[in-house]
Write a protein of this length. Structure first.
Length: 403
């Protein structure tokens, strides 16, 4: 089997996903093409050097509709002979794009791919594409559907996480992200976004709130308490599914949940033979990939069973992993991962995460793979695992190993 290697990982800064965000004027197409060109230029590639572009984006309507991957290829400096594939595995779309590319290379279907994703959440609102699991009563009732925020609160209730623990993790994410930016830890990966005149629109993650304190977060009201307890009363739906719970503890709010942002990320993946022909040096090997389906009501517990699966299938143990990136969709997701594996917080999301910098849905999976690789190199460590929870009850994971 042909091995798949990472040669480059790049991302844009994350802009606030609202009308006053710095990237609001930039379309999903333009941001995607900008990043494809950056990968091409950073690595001195010919326009036809890769087999395909696999691009994740979640809300596939309006400007993110059609096959955005193909549109991005045509808008970029890549050759028109490169096709383009758009995929959607909700929050893991960017990671699934990377994993799919790696597995195609392993299977002999091409020697190199650009994979990643984009989400312009300030321009194309989350949920604006509709979703059968949320709006079709036949499925919503069968699966005991509740919104993700309620699911996060169910995790907190089920596994005993408190508001103070969640807030502390939110504050720590802000501190770590600010420190990482101050020390230039993201500098290798960041591709500034420019306007048509070459002037910088954004060169940093603007969602961050450095200096956030526990006292600041204590003032915030739980974001999902009313929809859970009053209208439309999702807590009752959850307790029908989980009758052992006599209540749902609503602990999540904007300070300990992921931010709505705009952004894109890309990873250049290829075989060793292809890299040698291009004069490129591989940075890491994609050692293993995995995905799994989980309970769709509690929904966000996927990082634990998918980690069990990827470790089992690769013959590894949790102790073989040096660093972890666990997407900070909600604080309880990360708290549950650390609880399940008794992993030290000093090895998880060491540069902060989505609670501080935001979660551009279709891009985040590729972002955390790149962040993990950069940090393994910075610390001269070997092996890392990236994982995400996924809407509708799924999980995805990737293990990378430096070479």
């Amino acid at each position: 089997m042909t091995e798949a290697y990472i040669y480059d990982a790049a991302r844009t800064p994350r802009g606030k996903g609202r009308p006053d965000g710095s990237l609001h004027e930039v379309t999903s197409l333009a941001l995607s093409a900008r990043l494809l060109n950056a990968v091409k230029d950073r690595n001195g590639l010919d326009g036809h050097a890769v087999e395909d572009v696999i691009w994740g984006n979640v809300t596939q309507v309006m400007e993110q509709g059609g096959c955005l991957a193909r549109s991005a290829v045509l808008a970029s400096d890549l050759d028109q002979s490169i096709p383009g594939l758009s995929i959607n595995r909700f929050c893991a779309s960017g990671m699934e794009a990377v994993n799919l590319a790696a597995n195609q290379i392993r299977g002999g279907a091409g020697q190199a791919y650009i994979a990643g994703g984009v989400e312009m959440m300030g321009r194309v609102a989350m949920g604006s594409d509709g979703a059968a699991i949320a709006i079709d009563p036949s499925l919503a009732m069968k699966t005991y559907f509740v919104p993700q925020g309620i699911s996060a609160d169910i995790i907190a209730t089920e596994y005993g996480f408190t508001r103070d623990e969640a807030d502390a993790l939110g504050v720590e994410s802000q501190r770590r992200a600010a420190e990482a930016w101050a020390e230039g830890r993201f500098s290798r990966s960041i591709v500034p976004v420019l306007d048509q005149n070459g002037l910088t629109i954004l060169d940093h993650d603007e969602y961050m709130r450095p200096g956030t304190t526990i006292e600041d977060l204590a003032k915030l009201k739980p974001a999902f308490k009313e929809m859970g307890e009053v209208m439309p009363g999702f807590d009752k739906v959850a307790m029908l599914k989980y009758p052992h719970l006599d209540r749902i503890d609503h602990i999540h709010h904007a300070g300990n949940s992921s931010g709505i942002v705009d952004g894109a990320a890309a990873v250049l993946i290829g075989s060793k033979e292809w890299g040698d022909a291009m004069g490129l040096t591989p940075r890491a090997r994609i050692r293993a990939t995995a995905k799994i389906g989980t309970d769709p009501t509690i929904m966000l517990t996927g990082p634990v069973p998918v980690t069990d699966k990827i470790l089992r299938e690769s013959g590894m143990s949790i102790g073989d992993i040096d660093l972890f990136e666990v997407n900070e969709a909600f604080a309880a997701v990360v708290l549950r991962f650390m609880q399940a594996y008794q992993v030290s917080p000093d090895r998880v999301n060491v540069n902060g995460g989505a609670m501080a910098m935001g979660h551009p849905l279709g891009a985040t999976g590729a972002i955390i793979i790149g962040t993990l690789l950069d940090e393994l190199e910075r610390r001269d460590l070997s092996t890392g695992l990236a994982t995400l929870c996924i809407a509708s009850g799924m999980g995805a994971a990737t293990i990378i190993e430096r070479v």
